[in-house]
Design a protein around this ligand. Structure first.
Ligand code: SF4
Ligand code: SF4
Length: 87
């Protein structure tokens, strides 16, 4: 049987953080939206979570840690110093 994987939407922020959202897993509970300290997230027209203000994100991972359905995850961008060290 062919496996069907849920679609993931990736948003890259100005600070280099990547926010991944699997809308199919989101049950619109609003936990991530309410606990995000920078008002980065909100509900879209489809009532699923969306990244409304990507450049606010500080990569704190609160949304990922609190989502009960693994619908949102964040990959922290590299710190400026780390990038410079590798040059
Ligand atoms: S916490 Fe998870 S399930 Fe709830 S709105 Fe956010 S992404 Fe959707
Ligand atoms: S990582 Fe932190 S700042 Fe970024 S969207 Fe998630 S809770 Fe908000």
């Amino acid at each position: 049987m062919k496996k069907v994987y849920p679609k993931e939407k990736t948003t890259l922020t100005k600070k280099g953080h990547k926010i991944f959202i699997v809308k199919e897993f989101c049950k619109s509970c609003g936990i991530c939206i309410n606990f995000c300290p920078t008002q980065t997230l909100g509900l879209g027209e489809d009532l699923k979570v969306e990244v409304l203000r990507p450049d606010n994100c500080i990569g704190c991972l609160v949304c990922e840690l609190l989502c009960p359905d693994f619908a949102i995850s964040v990959e922290k961008g590299k710190k400026k110093e780390e990038v410079e060290e590798k040059k």
